[in-house]
Design a protein around this ligand. Structure first.
Ligand code: NAD
Length: 365
């Protein structure tokens, strides 16, 4: 039986020939094979444990060499599981001595949102490159400070926008550029999950900087930008709270409408009350619909031309290989702090629009 294109690509990917196929934008950089990027994970919660560590194991050009944790029990478990050297195991008190460790290239900050800025800057001060999880900061002002500080220390700052490294999202970006279906005119984005964990840091504004918007709405904002290839110029927004006793000082559900210079409009929704994972794009001459559009995968979608048929990849492995290629070759990272800053500028504007009820102008510098 004849192989489908997907089977063909999967086989190629399995053979290693295609890695990093998804990172179309990175093909300009040759893969460095003589050594791997040596990565330390800072914060061993759910995302680091269940996604990033397995992603690092599957990556071609990275290795997990160390950890930062406040828990001696976790340290012992990770040391055994990943064969880590004692000298590469840090806690939050002795973290700054990482400056004296020549066997570490990059620290990946996977802590609650309010801690990203501090650990990014402590990493930069130690002279190491740094990747931070999304949202990169609590607001745009803090994001600017992080970018300036990393520049002053001459280290690279990346943000963990894993979708930029996987093929379905690369196709959405390509369609914005090549305009197979003409210009995008109306985009609808929804990302929600049912979060009722009252004790979690995500429910506490001091730690999270907001609710679903900071946590998952950021994917919708980012998607609206890569679906158009443009930066928005203004936003209106509405926050709706039906259970103030659950979502005490964070937003519960938030809706927003972005205007783009070309006339494209993007409508967004994020919420902690239900589940939604959708991106739809209506172009001048066709459409694209993805659901799920933001999960770890497999992502699924169709366009006016038929099903989207792309390799299913491990997002975190591809992302880490993307960072490795850039950092080992001393090239710009694909998802730098400046990319994260743009989303923070828009998040600040959405919050302001929801509070004031007015259309808020967005200025990207
Ligand atoms: P988590 O609560 O599971 O993990 C947070 C970790 O931080 C825990 O190990 C905790 O012990 C540690 N920590 C250290 N000091 C702390 C303190 N003072 N208070 C609370 N925790 C402290 O959270 P998570 O889901 O792993 O999220 C971590 C980051 O990763 C967040 O910024 C989140 O937005 C991001 N994230 C990204 C993705 C993605 O797909 N890119 C997915 C999930 C989470």
């Amino acid at each position: 039986m004849k192989n489908s294109r997907r089977d063909f690509l999967r086989n190629l990917a399995a053979s290693g020939v295609l890695v990093p196929l998804a990172a179309q934008n990175l093909q300009a950089y040759p893969i460095t094979t003589d050594r791997k990027l040596r990565v330390v994970l800072c914060g061993l919660g759910s995302y680091a444990t269940n996604q990033l560590a397995p992603g690092l194991s599957q990556s071609k050009n990275c290795e997990l060499v160390g950890i930062v944790t406040g828990s001696p029990e976790k340290a012992a478990k990770w040391k055994e599981k990943y064969n880590l050297a004692d000298k590469n195991i840090y806690n939050y008190q002795n973290f700054d001595t990482i400056a004296n460790n020549p066997d570490i290239d990059v620290v990946y900050v996977v802590l609650p949102n309010s801690m990203h800025a501090e650990y990014v800057m402590r990493t930069a001060k130690a002279g190491k490159h740094v990747i931070t999880e999304k949202p990169m900061s609590m607001d745009a002002k803090q994001a600017r400070e992080m970018i300036a500080y990393c520049k002053s220390k001459n280290v690279k700052l990346g943000v963990g926008y894993r979708l930029h490294y996987e093929p379905f999202t690369n196709e959405v970006m390509r369609l914005a550029k090549d305009k197979d279906f003409g210009k995008p005119k109306f985009i609808e984005t929804k990302f929600a999950w049912r979060n009722r964990d009252l004790n979690a840091w995500r429910m506490n504004n001091k730690w999270s900087g907001g609710g679903a918007l900071m946590d998952v709405g950021i994917y919708c904002i980012n998607a609206s930008r890569y679906a158009t290839g443009e930066e928005p110029i203004s936003v209106t927004a509405q926050a709706i709270k039906t259970e103030p006793e659950v979502y005490r000082d964070i937003e519960e559900t938030i809706l927003w409408q972005l205007k783009f210079p070309s006339g494209a409009i993007a409508s967004g929704m994020s919420s902690y009350t239900t589940n939604a994972h959708e991106l739809s794009i209506h172009y001048e001459k066709g459409s694209l619909s993805m659901s799920p559009a933001y999960d770890y995968g497999p992502l699924k979608g169709t366009t006016s031309k038929g099903p989207m048929d792309f390799p299913i990849v491990h997002h975190q492995a591809y992302q880490m290989d993307g960072f490795a290629v850039a950092i080992l070759n001393n090239k710009p990272v694909l998802t730098p702090g400046e990319e994260g800053l743009k989303d923070m500028i828009i998040i600040d504007a959405i919050k302001k629009a929801a509070i004031t009820g007015k259309e808020v102008k967005i200025v990207m510098n």
